[in-house]
Write a protein that binds this ligand. Structure first.
Ligand code: SF4
Length: 183
């Protein structure tokens, strides 16, 4: 029997390469928990795209609560940090902590995330925070850097072939403002 993994996903287009790779070795349940996404219309759009895709590939999934107020509390005082700074570490901590908690409660063998597939994401920080939360919540974390071996390029190509919606900012209101500022 394959080990069971609860895999945190940030959005549909970042996930196909990771899921295709892990399906060979793991019994996967996907977990969409992203209270960072702003505004709510964008959250709903990403969630719908994700759930349609997960149903299409026949992989079970869970959806966490959308609690943006809790997210704003979590990053309070770090709002002006650039992407890859302390605000992002707190954002990872919130999402991975919740995933670790659900993995423990659900009896999964381990948990993981697709977040490291993005070239904008600090894999060292994500893996450290993932492991810290595994210890805190009594589970295990799959250490990985999915952007290696052209992971981002591959997942982007698959997403394009599937016609998946890809957003042009990470998710939070601050990343959205940064995007607008550089245009
Ligand atoms: S830029 Fe992305 S990872 Fe960083 S705080 Fe915003 S939503 Fe989270």
């Amino acid at each position: 029997m394959k080990p069971s993994i609860l895999l945190h996903v940030c959005c549909a287009p970042c996930s196909p390469y990771v899921v295709e790779t892990l399906l060979e070795e793991y019994d996967i349940t996907l977990y969409f928990y992203n209270p960072n996404i702003h505004p709510e219309t964008e959250y709903k759009k990403r969630l719908e795209e994700f759930s349609d895709w997960a149903e299409k590939i026949n992989v079970p999934f869970l959806v966490g609560d959308y609690n943006p107020e809790g997210w704003f509390e979590k990053v309070a005082g770090h709002e002006e940090e650039p992407e890859r700074g302390s605000r992002c570490e707190l954002c990872f901590d919130m999402r991975l902590g919740q995933c670790a908690d659900v993995a423990f409660d659900g009896g999964f063998d381990l948990y993981g995330t697709v977040l490291t597939v993005s070239p904008h994401k600090d894999a060292v920080a994500i893996n450290r925070i993932g492991q810290e939360n595994a210890i805190r919540h009594g589970t295990k974390f799959l250490v990985a850097n999915w952007k290696k071996k052209e992971g981002f390029k591959i997942t982007t190509r698959i997403g394009r072939e599937l016609g998946l919606y890809r957003q042009d900012y990470c998710g939070c209101v601050f990343s959205r403002r940064e995007k607008v500022a550089v245009q």
